[in-house]
Ligand binder design. Sequence first.
Ligand code: 13P
Ligand code: SF4
Length: 334
Amino acid sequence: MAADSRPLHERVAPITPPPPPNVRALQARVRALKEARNAVILAHNYQVQEVQEVADFVGDSLGLSQQAAKTDKDLIVFCGVHFMAETAKILSPAKKVLLPDLEAGCSLAATITADDVRRWKAEFPDAVTVGYVNTSAAVKAELDYCCTSANALRIVNHIPKEREVLFLPDFFLGMYIKKETGRANMQVWQGECHVHAGISPQDIVKLKLSKPDAEFLVHPECGCGTNVMAMVASGAMPRTNTFFLSTEGMVRHAAESQAKEFIVATETGILPRMREQNPGKTFLAANERAVCQYMKRITLEKVLLSLERDQFEITVPPAIAAKARRAIDRMVAL
Ligand code: 13P
Ligand code: SF4
């Protein structure tokens, strides 16, 4: 018999892909177990849509920490990343907080340790330390103020002008705040989130040329942020259609704005919710590859397992939690 000359991939029978998991059935099981266990599910805006759909609250890191503090449920399943679940635990020490996958970390939070902060403070002993919520509990315990992308500007503006500020860990957010407040006495840690740092000025310029009427919604962690600000300052980009917003700020703005087209510079997980809530408006990703693999580690299957097996519990040593809580409470008080 003559040898089959076809390439291997044509000779081998294709493997039938497994049927897609039944999302609706899984969601029904998650909802039923959530009720049975008196649990609340919190999901960040970057979570996959099917996880967002089973959540009691979807929002940004500030909104979710507030929801975590308010809930009267015994159990919090946090569909987000590790530092967010820690923040929920700090605010609700009597509740059990579960993170469905312990590998859901954050490249930005990983850029600084508590020892780094202590060393930095020793260099500037009179400075006020402001840290983004994307930090571990141990880092938060070293801060004067915690902040989020929604309130960083307000927090730094509140600090007396003559006091030196140490801002950590996000460099792009820090530079945005430094520019907006006009503070010369502000040191900024050189940390970045690999997802937002990857949204480059080139992405923005290309889209701006093709969509001149679209509104730009920019997360202040973005690598393009400083350039966008410079373009706004030079008049190359109109101030009136450029907005620096937290993820939930973007969702709110999209609903309220009269504009019909938006370019969204942040992680793309936020887009399905924006599209669903605003039929008739168009949302384009500034960069389609802006996907946070840490956020995407949380799947519906893992949420179900988390509720079934109580995994994985997030704890914070009480002494660290008490100190970290002071910085969060100061933020919330403002
Ligand atoms: P938000 O607080 O705007 O949701 O941002 C959190 C975050 O991790 C951004 O990458
Ligand atoms: Fe962290 Fe960036 Fe992912 Fe946000 S998008 S959780 S900052 S790695």
